[in-house]
Design a protein around this ligand. Sequence first.
Ligand SMILES: Cc1ncc(COP(=O)(O)O)c(C=O)c1O
Length: 397
Amino acid sequence: MTTTDWKKLESTYYMQVVNRLPLVLVKGKGTIVWDEEGKKYLDFTSGWAVVNLGHSHPAVSNAIKYQVDNIMQMTNLYYTIPQLKLAKLLIDNSCFDRVFFSNSGAEANEGASKLARKWGKEKLDGAYEIITMENSFHGRTLAMMAATGQKEYQEKWQPLPDGFVNVEYNNFEALKKATKKNTCAVLLEVVQGEGGVNVPDHSYLIDVQEWCHQNNILFMVDEVQTGMGRLGTLFGYQKFGLDPDVMVLGKALGAGTPLGAFLCKERFSVLEPGDHGSTFGGNALTTAAGWAALKYIIDTDIPSECSDAGKYLKSMLDGLASRHSNVVDIRGYGLLIGLEISKNKAPEVMNLCLEKGLLINAVRPNTLRLFPPLNVTEGDINKAVAILEEVFVELKI
Ligand SMILES: Cc1ncc(COP(=O)(O)O)c(C=O)c1O
């Protein structure tokens, strides 16, 4: 079968909910992926902020192979060892005391929202509203569409579940104004990923945290995209010296297997037997992969490798910007970088990069997102920026 045949098969059988790019990928190793015709591409998307150690990392692959040959799945009515090992490793390396595993970021945000509502019910006289931010992204379930402060994700699905209020990001006064008797929590990304790599002021995050603590409402960080080393610290909240009450993880937590989690401080651990559950959530296979990846990330200090690589990438992009006056902003931390241009040409740039062997994302019409594996080499960064340069020249950016 050729790429054209696979594309036809997709358009015949698959629900048409994604405008796919014309690539059929069959193999990945490190920062490289191959299509079925043998052409290789530099993956500066990390499988969407998932394979933070690169594709098919031996630490992860070996853990998965071992687990497949032993036990993959049992009900959570029984104990399985990888789940408990990963729980301990996460708690030992974060400011939290307890964790629950889910299958995705959206589901983990749902769980965190249930925890917040229970907190409100028990401690705040039935308060149930969660304040979230405009331009945020929290997932695709109905409730997470309400939490996601972007009109295009919400309009088609009205009426959305009640209990989420979206306010302007990086605007502390707006948050204060939106806080009512009914508020039980604030949920935000420390850097907004899908919203365009939006970096808030450090003082804003500190103010929000203090405000939540003063009002006894939960300060919850959605680190589905910023967690697991991506910002140059193991978790994004550490980059800003924060001390959140709840953290949500997904994406890179499972290192390519479907795994999410929400974690909380002991004081806020209000869920009881029967309150929450999941058939697959935290099964032996995904948590074995997650444990192997996290152990490797910690033992080899991948976050500082990411921080160095991120600085190098930014310096190379600064160079590019100095030669192309339509680059108006380069932002982000670690290896979550947004490059904004003055024209709405990001999709064109992305498509031409793909043709030339580089995978990046047009996260907004005028903004490109670069988020390669955290162990990307300077050599690969040089190649990626050289391709971008070629594309910028061709498209007169
Ligand atoms: C910050 C954030 N939260 C939640 C999600 C949703 O995660 P999932 O697609 O695993 O449900 C995403 C996905 O991009 C995300 O970036």
